[in-house]
Design a protein around this ligand. Structure first.
Ligand code: ADP
Length: 250
């Protein structure tokens, strides 16, 4: 059954997750232990001591960042879906995205007209967009264009809204593209990436009744497309009552 399949998928990703944590965490522990061991040496100069202490602090920070992201993944906090307008979300995030991307990257917004609302957890949605922007910045190495486009789409899956996030970065080779949604898959160096961003985004899309797709061309760039089902009409409108009427009640 679908239930059983979901369960086995969950177990599988949990297994991958645990293996991944053990590996990354062990690497970090090795660094901490090594530096602590070196600090035992009584004859170290102050400068050398400071260097080892810094390494310990930095590595511990990385480790807590890793477990933090991991917890939010493993906890799978219950989503709190709300009715959201994707165009408004993008507009609200523009300043944050500008700061994230830096001055050399331009941001192009292509908001679809008469966009349908969707139902999704706004915090997770913002996380997804921010994570995509961080990936894009990495791929564009400073200069390029990030395009955020929204669009109503009808089709075999019913009425959906599509948000696409495209960059003009280095792109992703096909053999890597096959793995980007796996938890802990990363091509970044230690401390630069955890490999959790896209797997989290993938899970979020599925849990929201939608899906996440990625297309990429080496040397041209990458497009991430989030499809979410159109939100059902509010109950209030079907009974002819205004949303705000309930607590105003004059
Ligand atoms: P992380 O960014 O921590 O590595 P992600 O799950 O967000 O984790 O991404 C996984 C991998 O997918 C990245 O390491 C990178 O190789 C690739 N990737 C993701 N987004 C892009 C992008 N916009 N351009 C090029 N490569 C990307």
């Amino acid at each position: 059954t679908e239930e059983a399949l979901n369960q086995s998928e969950k177990l599988r990703s949990l297994g991958e997750l645990t293996g991944g944590i053990a590996h990354d965490f062990n690497n970090l522990l090795t660094v901490v232990r090594g530096s602590a061991e070196l600090l035992k040496n009584q004859t170290l100069s102050d400068e050398a001591k400071a260097r080892h202490i810094n390494a310990i602090v930095e590595t511990a920070d990385r480790a807590s960042e890793l477990t933090g992201q991991l917890l939010s993944f493993a906890r799978r906090q219950p989503l709190q879906p709300k009715r959201v307008d994707l165009n408004a979300v993008i507009l609200d995030m523009t300043e944050l995205l500008k700061r994230t991307l830096g001055g050399e990257v331009s941001i192009l917004k292509m908001p679809g007209a008469d966009l349908w609302p969707v139902r999704a957890d706004p915090t997770q949605l913002e996380n997804l967009i921010l994570n995509a922007a961080i990936n894009a910045r990495f791929a564009m190495e400073g200069a390029g264009t990030l395009t955020l486009a929204t669009q109503n789409v009808g089709g075999p899956n019913g009425e959906e809204v599509c948000l696409s996030i495209s960059d003009t970065g280095v792109g992703i080779a096909p053999e890597i593209l096959d793995h980007v949604f796996e938890p802990f898959f990363t091509t970044k160096g230690p401390g630069e990436g955890t490999g959790l961003g896209l797997s989290q985004a993938y899970g979020f899309a599925a849990q929201s009744g939608g899906r996440l797709e990625i297309r990429s061309e080496v040397g041209r760039g990458t497009t991430l497309s989030l499809h979410l089902p159109r939100a059902e009409a509010e109950l209030a409108s079907s009974t002819g009552r205004e949303d705000k009427g309930a607590d105003l009640d004059v």
